[in-house]
Design a protein around this ligand. Sequence first.
Ligand SMILES: [Zn+2]
Length: 430
Amino acid sequence: MKKIIKGKLLSSISPLEILYLDPGYLIISEDGKIEEIGKEMPKGAGPDSEYLDFSSKLICPGFVDIHNHLPQFTLSGLYRGNLLEWLTDIIFPVEERFSSPEVAEIFAERFFQELLSKGTTTTSSYVTIHKEATEVAFKCAKKSGIRAFLGNVLMDQNAPEHLIKDMQVLMRDSSDLIEKWEGHDNGRLHYVLTPRYAPSCSFELLQGIGQIAKKFDVHIQSHLAESKAEIAVVMKTYSDFENYTDIYLKAGLLTEKTTMAHCVYLEDEEIKMLKNTGTKISHCPSSNLFLQSGIMPYRKLEKSGIPIGLGTDVGAGYSLSMFSEMREAIESSKTIHFLDPSANYKPITSTEAFHLATLGGAKALSIEDETGSLEKGKSADFSVIDIAQLDVCGEDFFSKPEDLISKLIYGNGENYIEKVFVRGKQVFNK
Ligand SMILES: [Zn+2]
């Protein structure tokens, strides 16, 4: 049955432009696509359509979280100094527990529910090195209704014994998972090749991953230039290379389907390498602050033309809420401005942050034809948000869309999400 949705429709058109229709209408086809969007009751609505009246509520595109770690989400907020100390003390021990598929299932079920409850309808997530745990994660994602890019973390050196595997085994695991899950459910689920970062992979492994990516035309995700201490380790491990990015470039890992998380400390030469290969960037501001890694120079990277999306990077990021991540993106860019006012650095606006969390993220994953905004022909992936609670005095202070976005970003907007839909099907109800 078709659905007709009435509500206040809010969607990003570009980093500077917002679509806001109040009231607005969506017609959703039986297969979950937006057939029509407009200010008036669309003509294509037949008498047998299901009518959902959310007149007083906001209809907002589902968020796209392009970088996070499934096994880490219950550990968010546990602090142990910088990246390398935190990995050793907090993260590796819990990842070892994923050798049990039962543990993986408990985590995965909660994780996808938590994402959906916060309005995230697309996620790109690291699992652990375990093939079985990754298989379990795919099954749970399938059941939850979320869109997901999932990958087993690939490591063959510089990690605890139980978290590394022989390269040949890793290559086989990846090929098996690709054959089973890539493009599953008509493109809702994808396999993503997931080398953790250069130091935990031999160059032969990185090259092998590059070959698999080419053979199967699948996505790649990894970490790049997150902290200064990390870069020192990388350049010690890979002393023959020009710089950090050069390692991934020479291994064949920089492609149009690659997202690199962080990119806090990139030389101009490295930015060019990303740009020339069509690689995308995942900006993870809360994680960068939490682990004292630094602040990504957003304007410089934006100016280079490299597509950028937002990642919560949970558990170094402390919340799966994309409203929280938008807030940190704005606040950390204000800090760059404070540190050097003479540079005239323009902090990120709420409208830009909203773009990064929705359409920007979809572009970074090359799925902008499918999701990321409320547009005809795209999948009906959206949240219903009860914004009446933002304006408790009923004075209509937030009738401008940019104010509404700002209020949600700074007022923990995730608390007001009532329902979430993917492909027109309800996948979360408060
Ligand atoms: Zn990460």
